[in-house]
Design a protein around this ligand. Structure first.
Ligand code: UDP
Ligand code: MG
Length: 219
């Protein structure tokens, strides 16, 4: 645990953190994979890290994580934040080179996080202050159809109608306030993700280019 008033683990002038938010099935993971190719991000999906921890032999949190995910509720933030911080450290220890990674720099897409205000505050304060939020938005109807399609092959325990409805509720109650909070700080780039993957990607790419050109001007 960080000590009160201690600086965050990572300095945001070197480490660019972009949170990627949007409802379940909005297309976060798909668009992150595209952004990785064009901008050299390290892509960390909070949900994937939790599922990995759930299945890790010897994990003391396996059953707890499984239950939260099936119920579409939010795993206690200490667990998720620790997994993200460890993954960031591991990536930086690789000593990557190339665009965005020279001289102690790094760039991360943190996908599906923070889903609740307490997580947002804690991560910004103790791990790394986020630079921006990419917010993918579309209708529940579109998201439901995508999740049910994905559920045919994903093997995910939460890609079924019952869990999906609970996830929508958690998103509206807990995650929308996070987006509103960052919007009030002018940190949100909103992208309509109803169109095709290619069209949405054009908008996502432009938003990220914009983020880095603003950052260069203030560096
Ligand atoms: N989850 C969580 N905290 C997080 C991110 C995810 O507890 O910070 C849990 C939550 O139960 C969520 C599930 O993991 O419903 C799946 O998250 P994922 O991001 O994989 O879902 P997606 O939004 O991509 O459909
Ligand atoms: Mg995802």
């Amino acid at each position: 645990m960080a000590i009160d008033n201690a600086p965050p683990t990572f300095d945001h002038s070197l480490i660019t953190v972009i949170y990627v938010l949007g409802g379940p099935g909005a297309g976060k993971g798909t668009q992150c994979a595209n952004l990785v190719k064009d901008f050299g991000f390290s892509h960390l999906s909070a949900g994937d890290l939790l599922r990995h921890e759930q299945n890790r032999e010897g994990s003391e949190y396996g059953e707890l994580i499984r239950t939260y995910i099936r119920e579409g509720t939010i795993v206690p933030m200490e667990i998720t934040i620790k997994l993200l911080e460890n993954a960031m450290k591991a990536e930086l220890e690789k000593g990557r080179e190339g665009e965005g990674w020279a001289n102690g720099k790094g760039r991360f897409l943190i996908d599906g996080f923070p889903r609740k205000m307490d997580q947002a505050m804690k991560f910004d304060e103790t791990v790394c202050l986020a630079s921006k939020v990419l917010f993918f938005t579309t209708t529940e109807e579109v998201m439901l159809a995508r999740l049910l399609e994905r559920g045919k092959t994903s093997g995910r325990e939460d890609d079924n109608v019952e869990s999906i409805k609970k996830r929508f509720r958690t998103y509206a109650n807990d995650t929308m306030p996070v987006i509103e909070y960052y919007a009030s700080q002018d940190k949100v780039a909103e992208i309509d993700s109803t169109a095709s993957i290619e069209q949405v990607y054009e908008a996502a790419k432009a938003a990220v280019q914009n983020i880095f050109s603003q950052k260069d001007q203030t560096a």
